[in-house]
Design a protein around this ligand. Structure first.
Ligand SMILES: [Zn+2]
Length: 434
């Protein structure tokens, strides 16, 4: 199936799939908003709980973290309600099929007989529209919300050039992936889901190779960490842990934001560590080693590959379930399309995948929090528990992280355990070892 007209469209049975899709969206949007509300009730507290005081957070730091969390939540709720509303209007008004049918009229360079070109034109129009709607929100988030709390370091010039760079890169990636995906599904025929799975896997590996080496440097300056104590210390730590470290970079994260971070990338024997300049400024050397021990722990326990495995299950579930409707005329006609195509089908099937995706997301988040505890435990085994404890608190203060997450909210959304739980684990490990 490339691009096919549906024969005798008037006689094709139509189901209320649009309303089912809208129903699914509303239910999951409401779940989101209810969780936001629960978290808001926690973020409203201004009296500092005893255990937060014991962790060394001053009254001022606590209130700052609360107000920041509150503002971010309100902003998130409003912007997500807005984009949800737009999506529903599009479904109810059958606006996507309208755009699909008129792509070649709006963009005259598109050949409407070609599925690839029509799909590309459709995505181009959609991305333009999304950006017109989203840029005001993102502008507000950067220059009002983050600015208010002193986190924003972005200038208007960086903000605009980032948008331009992002657009160029995403257009190139879209063309390649879209072309590849349509070919793979066409070639795969009845068992396209196996081929699509392998295609996604190859794309992920290529992106893991291309992103840090070619794309990230377009946005930030990566410099090798200068010779000195810190570099020697990190190299020693790598040797001690058999971590195949080849290069250590510092990245100017501070040109956009004062939030801090550290991570590693690279395959096999070619690992590189990246430290945000903000992290180097905020933590002392011992604390940086502790954070890196945590990162090395992730590598020791193959957490990246386990996450990749979970992702593959999700991708396979998507394509396998999609295979039940991909060639079904009613599926397309019910949404107002008079043509069948792999692209439209994929686009539509996302609507029905939301419940499964949400369940799998909860599973992945639970898994990820478990891995964070494991990585902390690894840093403890390497003798860096106290430094990690101190480093986590410092990073949390600098980032004004949420000190009072609602348990259901964090269970649903958090990839990292709440600070209090991580510190408790470290404390317990230290107590047991004494
Ligand atoms: Zn981690």
């Amino acid at each position: 199936m490339a691009l096919e007209q549906i024969n005798n469209i008037e006689q094709v049975e139509k189901y209320p799939l649009v309303y089912i899709a809208i129903g699914i969206q509303i239910v999951f949007h409401l779940i989101d908003q209810i969780l936001n509300y629960l978290q808001l009730t926690y973020s409203q507290r201004r009296d500092r709980p005893k255990e937060i005081k014991q962790l060394g957070f001053t009254e001022r730091e606590f209130v700052l973290s609360q107000v920041y969390s509150f503002d971010k939540l309100v902003f998130g709720s409003i912007s997500s309600a807005f984009s949800q509303g737009i999506k529903i209007v599009f479904l109810l008004g059958y606006l996507n099929p309208f755009i699909w049918n008129n792509v070649s009229k709006i963009l005259p360079f598109i050949d409407k007989e070609s599925e690839f070109q029509n799909a590309y034109g459709f995505l181009l129009l959609q991305s333009l529209l999304d950006q017109v709607l989203e840029i005001p929100f993102s502008y507000f988030q950067t220059f009002t919300l983050e600015q208010r709390y002193g986190f924003n370091q972005t200038t208007l010039k960086i903000f605009i050039t980032d948008i331009i760079k992002n657009n160029i890169i995403s257009q190139v990636i879209t063309v390649v992936l879209l072309f590849g995906y349509l070919k793979v599904v066409e070639y795969g025929g009845k068992y396209f889901y196996f081929y699509a799975l392998i295609f996604v896997l190859i794309v992920i590996f290529l992106m893991m190779l291309i992103y840090p080496n070619f794309i990230a440097p377009l946005f930030n300056k990566y410099e090798e960490l200068p010779e000195g104590d810190l570099r020697n210390g990190i190299n020693q730590l790598a040797v001690l842990n058999n971590f195949p470290l080849t290069k250590i970079y510092s990245v100017d994260g501070s040109t956009r934001s004062s939030h801090s971070n550290a991570y590693f990338f690279g395959f096999g024997k070619n690992k590189r560590i990246v430290l945000f300049d903000t992290l180097i400024k905020q933590l002392n050397h011992q604390e940086i080693y502790a954070v890196l021990c945590h990162e090395i722990g992730h590598w020791k326990y193959s957490h990246t590959f386990k996450h990749l495995g979970a992702l593959m299950v999700r991708v396979f579930a998507f394509f396998y379930l999609f295979s039940f409707v991909i060639y079904n005329d009613s599926f397309y006609a019910s949404f107002g399309y008079s043509q069948k195509s792999v692209f439209i089908g994929t686009h539509l099937f996302f609507e029905f995948f939301v419940p499964i995706n949400t369940l799998m997301n909860i599973f992945t988040m639970t898994m990820s929090r478990k891995y964070e505890f494991q990585a902390d435990n690894y840093a403890f085994q390497m003798g860096y528990a106290k430094q990690l404890y101190a480093g986590l608190i410092k990073m949390f203060k600098e980032n004004a992280g949420n000190l009072l997450p609602h348990p259901i909210y964090s269970w649903y959304h958090y990839s990292h355990p709440p600070l209090k739980e991580r510190l408790e684990q470290i404390d317990n490990l230290l107590k047991k070892s004494n």
